[in-house]
Design a protein around this ligand. Structure first.
Ligand code: GLP
Length: 243
């Protein structure tokens, strides 16, 4: 794992945005895997600025979002699709047909997960998967537990994850769906490159375990150690247990 430590979320986000835009210059039809959450907000802001200033052309890019809440329709407040629209997609020149989401309101969750895997494969796989990390070590919505799923699947969210995701649901964890759809561990690990962003002291413990600890289903992000091209990008607070 390559680890970079930045002064704060602004430098970190700017560095990752520049890296992504460099890749886009080299490969205009870049296939991106994208995260949601608080951590990548400034990263999306940087990408929007680069795009507005004419430094980034997303017209041939393709995106796949990592996960979505089960039972939440794309147009509903709180859906990750709404988050991505608000913070990123509506501000850039991406071809709408190239934006991919899991539909949390699909009639069959299993069929929806299979469809997503097939769409990722048909696109040729993900070039760059950007990740955040949950304070409990989850990536996407691959929660810690006895086992992990390889492929896109339906998952039961842990109480701490529902608490962390309460903001778009009126701040009440009870309003956060109990289940979600998420890319699986193999879906993520098959991306050709991975960039994981983590900021803030509440991530310091799981970041240290992820980079130095054993591979364990109790900390799904630890499996990133198996990947040959992972860039872990941290602010000083998130890095303080590995210094
Ligand atoms: C959610 C998302 C993850 C994200 C995590 C961390 O659970 N499903 O993809 O990495 O939150 O979010 P934050 O960046 O807000 O700490």
């Amino acid at each position: 794992m390559r680890i970079s430590i930045f002064h704060g979320v602004h430098d970190l986000s700017a560095a990752l945005a520049r890296d992504l835009v460099d890749r886009l210059h080299r490969t205009p039809a870049l296939i991106l895997g994208l995260p949601t959450g608080r951590t990548p907000l400034h990263f999306y802001r940087c990408l929007v600025t680069l795009s507005t200033e004419g430094h980034a052309d997303f017209s041939r890019a393709t995106t796949f979002n990592l996960d979505e809440f089960l039972g939440v329709a794309p147009e509903q407040a709180g859906s990750y699709q709404q988050y991505m629209e608000r913070h990123f997609f509506r501000h850039i020149n991406i071809d709408r047909r190239q934006i991919h989401f899991l539909n949390g309101a699909a009639p069959s969750a299993d069929a929806e997960c299979a469809r997503y895997e097939a769409d990722i494969a048909a696109a040729g796989g993900i070039d760059l998967q950007v990740l955040g990390i949950g304070a409990n070590g989850h990536i996407g919505f691959n929660e810690p537990g006895e086992h992990l799923a390889a492929r896109t699947h339906r998952v039961i969210l842990r109480p701490e994850t529902r608490r962390a995701n309460a903001a778009p649901f009126g701040g009440d964890p009870n309003n956060v769906p109990t289940e979600a759809l998420s890319m699986g561990m193999a879906t993520i690990l098959q991306a050709r490159s991975i960039a994981l962003m983590a900021t803030g002291a509440e991530k310091a413990e799981c970041v240290a375990e992820m980079t130095r600890g054993p591979l364990t289903t109790r900390l799904p992000a630890s499996f990133l150690q198996l990947h040959p091209d992972v860039h872990v990008m941290l602010d000083e607070a998130a890095a303080r247990r590995i210094r």
